[in-house]
Structure formats: structure tokens, C-alpha cells
Design a protein around this ligand. Sequence first.
Ligand SMILES: [Zn+2]
Length: 255
Amino acid sequence: MALTVTRVTHSCVLLDFAGQRLLTDPWFSERRGYYRGEALAFPPGSLPELAGVLVSHGHYDHFDMAAFAAYPDRAVPFMVKKGLAARVRRAGFPNVTEVDPWEQASLGGLRVTAAPAKHSVPEVSFIVEAAGQRVFFGGDTLRIAGLDEVARRYPRIDVALLPVNGLAIRPAFNRQVVMTAEQAADLAGVLRPHFAVPIHYRFTAGPVRDRLLLKYDGTPERFAAALTSAAPGTQARILEPGEPLVVNGAAAAQC
Ligand SMILES: [Zn+2]
């Protein structure tokens, strides 16, 4: 069975398991201090029919319900980090399940399991499975030891989507809140996916806020370079928004 992975922008990714589609961390608009820094593959009104939507945490650039409200199917199921359901319902989508790590739900024919994550606000990562294909979605987590458990529970992962920009908050004594490119490569060395796709790296708060508020430590190119020694069995795939990665189930299963 073919799996197609398409980055919409930032951490917003469309996962297509042979026609059963899931959207991660919806982000379609921009506002002051939040710029994509790259293209948007398509607007929310052009989304295909979805089996579900995953939300790792409540930051605007991962949870843009105002823009997602353009999606017509109000019954589409959401799976969100615990504490976010009320905001989904307020946006007009009543079908929502809250999860903490290792809780599971079925969205259409897809089995989704929440996994650990750590950020500046409560967050989960996700494992999505359908018909023998498995994807890990890392949201914008830090590289925490708890993520090693994902590899113990899921020894074979086809695609890992990993944040790489090493975001830190300058006024908070440069507190790091997202893993760096090298830390993401280290995690890939533990998860050992067939493909690793970097996410969360072109975002900018604008020139002034970047200088005063935010600091970045990671690019997709640095991630791909670090991967060659950290995870030699894993292929890096840097995807432009809208550029599909097609994974053939039979080929991936051999790894
Ligand atoms: Zn965030």
C-alpha cells in the first residue's frame, strides 16, 4: 500500500494512507510575529476529504482553528493533546478526542497513538498506523529521553517527521523549546525510520522579533548532514511544501 507524505507548510503535513488522509498541526494563516517563511501548499478550502486531524499542542502555528474553519465537514474527527478539546468544539467541530501519551484512538481506518513530547506548553507526539505503514509525527518537541520508548514499542517506522529548528526564547535566558537539527538526527538514530522528513524550520517571527525574542539552531540541510552518521540506515527527504514523498509499503517493509 502506498503512503504519501506532503508538507503543507511548517509542521502542517498531509499523510495519505491509500486514500485515508490525516492532517497534522493545521496552520494556514499568518499574523504579526508568525510567518511561514515558505510557501503554503494549498489553502484550507482546498483540503481533500480527511479521516482526521491531529493537534500536538495549542500554539497558533500548530492549531489554527480560525483558518481551519474553512474545512466543510464539521464531523471530521480531531485527536488533540489533553486540554485542547474545548477550543476545537468552539470552532465548530464537535468530534474531538483528547489524549495523553500512549492513549489510542481510531480515525477512519487509521490507528493513532499519542506519544511523549516536551515543549514550552503541554504537547504530545503521534504514531499513525494503517495497513502496515507507520509514521511518527514529532510536532515541535524537544529531544527528550521519553521518546526512546517510541522505538521500543514500535521497532519499525516507515517515516519520521522531526522538527529541527532548535527554537530558543531569548528573554527566557535562551531557554530551548524545540530540538536542534543534530538532536533530531540523534532521535532518528533511535527510531531508525526508513525516511526522515524534517519539519518546523522556515518559520520566522520577522526580523525585529527574531533579533529580540527568538533564536534558531537548526536547518534541514544540517539535519540531513547529521543523519549520515547518526542514522546511516535512514534516508533524509527535505520536502518543499506540496512536494510529495511516496513510500511503497513493500519496499519500506524490507528495512
Ligand atoms: Zn509550539
